[in-house]
Design a protein around this ligand. Sequence first.
Ligand code: MSK
Length: 645
Amino acid sequence: SDAPRVVDPKNPIRTTDPGALQMLEMIKDKNIETVYDRVVAQQPQCAFGYKGICCRICIAGPCRVKKEDGPGSRGICGASAYTIVSRNIVRMIAGGAASHSEHARHVLHTAHALVDGHADDYEIKSPAKLHKLAEKLGVATLDRGDKDILRDVVEIGYADFGRYQDRPLAFLDSFMTEGRRKKFQHTNIMPRNIDGSITELIAQTAMGVDSDPVNIIFGGLKSALADLGGEYIGTNLSDVLFGIPEPIVSEANLGVINPKMVNIAVHGHNPVLSEMVVAAARAMKEEAVKVGAEGVNIVGICCTGNELLMREGVYLATSSASQEMAILTGALDAMVVDIQCIYPAVQTIAECYHTKVITTEAIMKIPSAQHIAFNTTTAMEDAKKLIKIAIEAYKHRDPKKISIPNEKHKLVAGFSVEALTEIFSKINPERPISVLTDAIQSGQLKGVCLMAGCNNLKRAQDESHIAVLKELVKNDVFVISTGCSSGAFAKFGLMSPLAVDTYAGEGLKSFIQTLEAANPQLATGLPLVFHVGSCVDNSRAVDLAVAMANELGVDIPKVPFVASAPEAMHEKAVAIGSWCVTMGLPTHVGSLPPVEGSDLVYGITTQIAHDVFGGNFIFEVDPVIGASKLLDALEYRTWKLGIHR
Ligand code: MSK
């Protein structure tokens, strides 16, 4: 096998997160298996799978491309490496699009139940967002009640899932530049619905259907855009129901787990349940006090954590790869999970402690974990049940098992595009986004980078996120972040205003200081990196790129805007990266997806994509080199805009 051994046996420590490292030290003699052990045990990983040249689409296989030519160079049906690699990778896009869209569908169902009077625990928290959204979608607002408006918006959302007429996805089309709209139509990748795009892609890549890698990849890109449509539904309707994020102070890393309180981790992605858990926790403080605790402490993990951090200031305990660590503190009384990125192993570890793992969604159960079906009609009642289970578990804590890392950092989060626009508007109320584009045109900033994505233990956890960020900010790039990339920065104290002085280049520092001076109401100051939300909130980054394109009078491929997922892992990250490319963004990925088995597919994603869409993948596992390639891409774009430095 020539699969790269990604874990150096001499240095098997797979995290750089200071909280996780402390936790591992605390449990080192306890013989507890974690993800950091399992990734080592998986080495070396399968070379065929690694390169994407293992085909398991029919049960004549698995077929593996073993040779350069001859019968061993193809699958039993004759499928070439390029067909196998392209089919495999686009099926990952389908998985990602399905995940984001199911999340969106749940939020949509909740909004639908609210307007129909079946979700009394919810409300329209941001009528302003509703009206803005309605206007974008062409829904009339004059002399209409908010629930009536929301009903029409929800209908459009549902139509986007199943539209059969030849019209584009409203929750995508309405947010695009004219240039992107035309490009998607012209390349035949504009989806007309979400469910159909995903189904079509699975059918297209079934045994004996499409073998043309270019056609397969374009089918994948259509699903990637359907994924973005799902993200737009998820983000916008969550803002309507739970409020538009505004700058908010909080703390992150395992030290936010409080030994004196009933601790409940909410983990996954969907705010529909977790927002209720936060409200129920506030209402049930006295019940916690009755068992000797000081109250109920909700902490977040992964993107459920990000959703609550952005809107409620809930502490972020940790991110994806270190999720088991929260249970190992011995002071986590319950872990309430919804969907996506939840390791089944959390239950195995919880069984060594008093911690209750509770699943809540019909499509997400873990053997031996408790399941409480969450229902929007009985949302508060369900949330209270969950809190009661945690309070009961608190009584069974074993004080000898409690060891909480002292690692935690202050942070400022909550930077929706609306919040950023508001901040910029204090300098230029007429054209707020020009504050950002003018800073780029004057050379104060080099451009903007979206940092997104997961943890992937092919390199030590968070190492690449931190290294890429430090290179970018040192070189005056304005960085926005989502998902577990945000989690990394928050846990390391890099989402704090204090980090600006230490890490920002002179241009970025002066830009942030100018914003702070114009916004004295933001008493906490502004951070080094701006948290724009969870995985679905990558749609906010597109909103910012579109606003910049409109301000500059160009299409997105000309905007000095790049993206990076230094530790991409999930199928959702494959979908996000793919639509970033169609959007015209140079997109760095620091963990190689399985495309190296076909030079043709590799070339399409890294080069030909650029000719067609103006964006392309930059696969680079070395984070410093990856960052320098992003800086080159930004420099090229500023030069093309006529900005000579
Ligand atoms: S949680 S998809 S590991 S960012 Fe959104 Fe983190 Fe990636 Fe899950």
